[in-house]
Design a protein around this ligand. Sequence first.
Ligand code: CUA
Length: 399
Amino acid sequence: MTGGATRHGVSSGDGWYLPRTRVSPRRVSQSIGRERDVRKRLLWAVALVAMTLLLGACSGDLPQNTFDPAGPTAQKQKDLLMPVLWVAAVVFVLVEGGIVLIAIKYRRRKGQERMPPQIHGNTRLEIGWTIAPAVVLAFVMVPTVGLIWELAERPPGAMQITVKGYQWWWGFEYHDEDMQVSYGQGGPIATADVMVIPVGETIDLSIESAGGLIGGADPDYQVAHSFWAPRLFGKQDAIPGRTNHIVFSADEPGTYWGQCAEFCGLQHARMRFRIVALDDADWRAWVDNQKQPAVEPTDPLAKQGMDLFLNGTSSGGQCTACHAVGGTNATSPAGPNLTHYADPDHECFAGCNWETTDVESLKAWLRNPPAVKLGSKMPNYDLTDEEIDALTAYLLSLT
Ligand code: CUA
């Protein structure tokens, strides 16, 4: 190669490049400053990694641990995840290790002002690092595609439950023939925040976004959610105008936590739910109770609450605008169905942010919903303390 000007500098004629300019004292001091910056940043990165590991070690009880599957769907997903993670770990160590090794071994040293040989356009290397990732991806793809097909299968005879994502809570409707309510016009058993299932039984979930139900055509309500109970199954999107499916079952009776996994507005992070798996006898009892209309309260305070609920509060608040209570004239599907609000298996309320047994939180919620759950679609009705006590007594009577 003969000498001449290039993009990188001035070729000396022997394949090495000389920088175009001499290094001035100002540049040297700048470069020392830069080195200090780099060292500072490196220190931050190390501190961050150490902190993450430290905080990770603090975790004890993990109700949403995807590595602790409690049903066949989550188990199969984990069985696929692990080998893929190992492949990724090997690739990570090789690539990052190589980068660190080369960066240290061939770093710029004092008094060394030449440009290293440029290797771009090396056909053998280019072909090599195109084929290697393709082989790795092919290795990962075969079991992945196989499992996608397997999990997409909807076995006939599975229990049919519709999951609807609202802002910001989840509603569940049971469509099997023997799961229709005995009052009014009939229709599926409906619950909010907690989905109760029989242990060991295969469930076919139809997942939808209920956006338009209370928002009409308002695009603010037409949001996607994602339904995810990590110990039972991976995420599935709830998309306006579309129905997706998850087929799953739970191996053991118990409570399995889940939450929305797709940003859907202010309360996304607190759009939680629980799946309660019951053994056969408990399940039958639960279904029989759910089929019944709400019990009429006998307690005078609860009766007063029922009157407020059905006929409006002193401020003109209408609970019936959004809520249904089976067997009464409250039939709106816009908000959570409260027919069996205080059923012991209905463990939590308002996006599962509070336990149903937490009466003080229920009162705080009734006093001003948007104050305790920012952006809540349930308005502040300026209820009096007496009205709050009466409504609380009524809700807690709905077993
Ligand atoms: Cu619903 Cu995020």
